[in-house]
Each structure stands twice: as structure tokens, then as C-alpha cells.
Design a protein around this ligand. Structure first.
Ligand code: SF4
Length: 52
């Protein structure tokens, strides 16, 4: 959930339920993403890749 809290544009939010790995997924809204990559930098699992 660190990425949700750090996004300056509110483009990430907690999704409903669990995925098939039993992990609560994050939903990317994607409308106003600036590509700042703060979400990727803060993720301890290196689970996010940002590209334009
Ligand atoms: S790259 Fe996009 S989704 Fe990630 S923190 Fe920046 S604005 Fe938010």
C-alpha cells in the first residue's frame, strides 16, 4: 500500500478482494499519471515498472 499513499495524482487505489496469489491487488487508474515513478521507487517488492 506504500504506492497508494505516495502517488501525488491519486492514480493507485486498493482493489476489491484478493488475486489468485492471495494478495490484495492495487488498481491503476491511469488517467492522470505523470510517470514520476514515485510508486516504483517506494515499492519494497520492486513490483512496479513505469514507462511512457
Ligand atoms: S508514476 Fe503515475 S501512478 Fe506512479 S506515483 Fe507517479 S503519478 Fe502516481
Amino acid at each position: 500500500m506504500l504506492c497508494v499513499s505516495v502517488c501525488p495524482k491519486g492514480q493507485l487505489r486498493e482493489d476489491k478482494g484478493l488475486n489468485k496469489r492471495g494478495i490484495k491487488p492495487i488498481k491503476f487508474l491511469g488517467k492522470n499519471c505523470t510517470g514520476c515513478a514515485l510508486c516504483a521507487v517506494i515499492c519494497p517488492d520492486v513490483a512496479i515498472e513505469v514507462y511512457k
